[in-house]
Ligand binder design. Structure first.
Ligand SMILES: Cc1ncc(COP(=O)(O)O)c(C=O)c1O
Length: 240
């Protein structure tokens, strides 16, 4: 069985999404060359602007296995999700899941079920979309105001991350050490590559901090990026 794995909406780490043309093109290829698509969609419900685009599954239900996650829309510690796929696929997945760990925690599944049945999900989603959307705006504005000469980024329309790349070729790993000493964390870009390429990039999370903290965090980051002598002093202080 040949498969194509993809994250269509607000990808981790880049925040990028497939256009409608790309979605249609990919599903047409799957039909033509007879392969399955694994559509990993943990961020799809977290859209803050622009019109929703159809899932690959809605375009080609018989060839797409669609994954969702409650971790991103109810609570991160749940680490529980769902699969939507043709019945013959679900039967095999059930066996594989049993072989792997018997089943996910029954208690956690009951909690999620009660939450869904109570009708609380939709209002909760509205609340987090509004809060995360404001935080995304706060981060994009702060990055543009403080760092437009030193890094570039594309503002995503949803998800949890901004992917930013320094205009210099400096490694963000060194910057990371200095930033942590200043109370600011991000994921250095090389963590997302097998061979550590793109080491002047970084993944910045905006969903988990208030707008005020984001503004302060970006201000501290900008001080370190724009003043390399300060960066070296902070990083070496941390080493001792
Ligand atoms: C693209 C993608 N798929 C799956 C996951 C895992 O989801 P879960 O929290 O349900 O384990 C993540 C992030 O944690 C992710 O970014």
């Amino acid at each position: 069985m040949r498969c194509f794995y993809t994250v269509t909406d607000f990808q981790n780490p880049t925040g990028a999404s497939y256009s409608l043309e790309r979605r249609k093109g990919l599903t047409a290829l799957a039909e033509r060359y007879n392969f399955w698509i694994l559509e990993d969609a943990p961020y799809s419900a977290l859209r803050y602007s622009g019109d929703p685009l159809p899932s690959l599954q809605s375009l080609l239900p018989e060839r797409v296995i669609h994954f969702g996650s409650f971790s991103k829309i109810i609570a991160p510690a749940l680490r529980m999700g769902w699969i939507s796929a043709p019945r013959e696929v679900i039967k095999v997945v059930e066996k594989l899941k049993q072989a792997a760990d018997l089943h996910s925690s029954g208690y956690d599944q009951q909690l999620v079920l009660s939450f869904l049945q109570s009708g609380a999900l939709e209002p909760h989603l509205e609340q987090i979309r509004s809060a995360y959307g404001e935080r995304l705006e706060a981060m994009a504005t702060a990055l543009t105001r403080n760092l437009s000469d030193s890094l570039h980024f594309t503002k995503p329309r949803g998800g949890m991350f901004i992917w930013a790349t320094l205009t210099s070729n400096e490694s963000t790993l060194e910057l990371f050490r200095a930033a942590v000493a200043e109370g600011v964390a991000f994921v250095p870009g090389e963590a997302f590559y097998v061979n550590g390429e793109s080491d002047n990039s970084m993944r910045l999370n905006f969903s988990n901090s208030s707008s005020a903290m984001i503004e302060e965090g970006v201000r501290r980051l900008a001080t370190l990026i724009n003043d390399s002598s300060r960066r070296e002093t902070t990083a070496s202080a941390l080493a001792y």
